[in-house]
Design a protein around this ligand. Sequence first.
Ligand code: PLP
Length: 380
Amino acid sequence: MARVYANHAAVSPPSAAVRSAVLEALDGYGRHGLSWYFRELERRERVRGLLGRLVGAEARNVALVPNTSTGVVDIALCLPWRAADRIVLFSGEFPTNVTPWQQAARRHGLEIVWQDGDLSRTDRGAALERLEAELRRGVRLVALSAVQFQTGQRMPLEEIGALCARYGAELFVDAIQAVGVVPIDVHSLGIHYLVAGSHKWLMAPEGLGMLYVAPASAAALIPEVAAWMSHEDAFSFLTRGGGHLRYDRPIVQTAQMVEGGAPNTLAIAGLEASAGLIEQLSVGAIFAHLQAWHDAVEPGLLARGFESARMAELSGRSGSLSLLPPPGAGASEWAKALLARGVSCASPDGWLRLAPHWPNSLDEAPTLLDAVDEVLATLR
Ligand SMILES: Cc1ncc(COP(=O)(O)O)c(C=O)c1O
């Protein structure tokens, strides 16, 4: 067991509260079978509301999906594309937010326009100017992550949302590295679609995610991924007796059209527990705590020759503190060597990423820096 767990941007270990919520749901099914199902139906609605509150959305515009990738694929399949529509993507993005758009481009003859995702960390003004130049030429959709998975850069969503609104483009946000740790509000940021998975900053088991779709955007979606639960009144033929089995009921024209079949009930139970705690603590307080944790460890790492990716502006910061190690060993060697000394962190795309969450103590800095010194001693 790691003495310092700083890997929540990869996988968050389920807390005691999460484990007992999952076991209670499993036990409920075990004892009551179908009678328990109806309690879980109510929980699903509560969880949509809880996730919605974390991003400033209404429960009816939030769907539960199997993971982040499925949410992206759903929208890429359902958007009413026109041939030659242009999609803006960013280099350095996690492939989840690239592959489904490439597939849509192949199917519909769309044009992908690339932007440099790291430019907004090193020169925010230049990055926004380049984006605006493309938007001026006409763009259907801009797709990006709220927080970059490797550097921890929080993207300038406010400015990007305003530019999208000015030039009539829609904004799609992969927020798996943000929801639960970075304040985010779909309305004030002008976000049309937002997707996030459960097992990182939301601290729940894997196999679950949320998809928000703004009502006007949802109304235009073509329900390519619809299945039995996507219909209005989908359960009536099961609960109201004979004569209700029909195949012509309208498809719900909200985000929930993508909820086609049985969901991951156990993960939803876990997510209610973990996201409930996050809401209770408040995302703002968690963000402030993590900045204090970063402040406690960053100077010691800089003094030891690491280079930090953390932005000076608070608006560019997230829960992840990413660093380039000093010459001598790469990030993946560092991550392995630190794990052997009780510190769990990750090495995405050559960066050493430290990702604490609310349970991490500010007192962990000396333990972490001792482990770093031990590794440095082996490199000399
Ligand atoms: C930015 C980003 N998007 C998506 C994913 C993967 O999402 P999922 O496995 O839920 O599809 C990750 C990490 O695993 C990520 O960092």
